[in-house]
Design a protein around this ligand. Structure first.
Ligand SMILES: C[S@@+](CC[C@H](N)C(=O)[O-])C[C@H]1O[C@@H](n2cnc3c(N)ncnc32)[C@H](O)[C@@H]1O
Length: 274
């Protein structure tokens, strides 16, 4: 996930879901005021920040969009420029003292498709709470369970790939094998001093038009392909697809076009600092 150009080309379902989540769950948030300062955590290439989050809080004074990846932030500064957005490198799982000294606290925090990457989810939630003003709100959405996590576990046991995937557990969120992920995440929110307005496990699906698009999408988010020698990458992708096909179903749309559909579950949480 270090290639911003590739991520920007291949983040179809992430963009769709950000729009959907704001439409459905963003309505319950307080109206944005011109005194509000908004934070986006894990902004990636910045297009979701500029084109989806910013219009949702149009009245805000400005928006600080952050990502732990320097290359994502450089890309976002160029390609997703907006006069009301400041892009900053910042890791939500690390100490927030310097960041908070520079930017202060926020009245709204958004994070889409990021928290499943964070090594210590509980610390990240504590940090989110400490970055909110009293009465401030957050809307957080991340992948709780999906076939890609199972695929990582499966491939990490294969002799061919295990030496490249020794850190696989770092890329599996706490929610992946948990039987009550929404309950677990709610407890993280409450333990951090947040009042949970809602925290749901939401079932989603996405239909890819063909395997080429799935491959590109997988490459865009894979934490492992960068460790692989170039001459092994194609074989790795084939093994990924072989595993995923056992979790896919064929979908036919109204125009008789066939697609490959996957199901996954998101945690969507709206919480308030009390
Ligand atoms: C899948 S992208 C999502 C980008 C954007 N929010 C979207 O919805 O398209 C996830 C981003 O989270 C960032 N990320 C991962 N761990 C992070 C952390 N600990 N702190 C901040 N950002 C992080 C990654 O660098 C990546 O750019």
């Amino acid at each position: 996930m270090n290639d911003p150009e590739l991520y920007e080309r291949a983040h179809y379902f992430q963009v769709r879901d950000a729009r959907l989540i704001l439409q459905v769950y963003g309505q319950a948030m307080q109206e944005t005021m011109d005194t509000d300062i908004v934070l986006d955590i894990g902004c990636g290439t910045g297009d979701v920040t500029r084109d989806i989050i910013l219009p949702h809080c149009r009245q805000a004074r400005y928006l600080v969009a952050t990502d732990s990846s320097n290359s994502m932030i450089q890309f976002a500064r160029n390609k997703s420029f907006h006069e009301n957005i400041c892009y900053e490198v910042f890791d939500i799982s690390k100490n927030v003292y310097n960041f908070k000294s520079k930017w202060g606290s926020f009245s709204k925090i958004y994070s889409f498709y990021c928290l499943h990457w964070v090594k210590n989810l509980k610390t990240a939630v504590e940090n989110i709470s400490s970055l909110l003003i009293t009465g401030g709100e957050c809307l957080l959405a991340f992948v709780a369970q999906c076939p890609v996590f199972e695929m990582h576990e499966h491939l990490a046991q294969m002799d061919k790939w295990k030496s490249f995937m020794q850190d696989v557990h770092q890329y599996l969120p706490d929610t992946h094998r948990n039987t009550q992920p929404a309950f677990l995440f709610s407890s993280y929110l409450m333990d951090s001093g947040l009042e949970v307005v809602m925290c749901d496990l939401v079932s989603m699906s996405f239909t890819f038009p063909n395997t080429e698009v799935i491959k590109e999408s997988l490459d865009a988010i894979s934490p492992f392909t960068k460790h692989l020698p170039d001459d092994m990458k194609q074989d790795y992708t084939e093994d990924c697809l072989r595993f995923l096909q056992t979790h896919a179903r064929t979908e036919v749309d109204n125009n008789d076009n066939e697609g490959i559909q996957f199901s996954y579950k998101l945690i969507v949480a709206h919480a308030r600092k009390v």
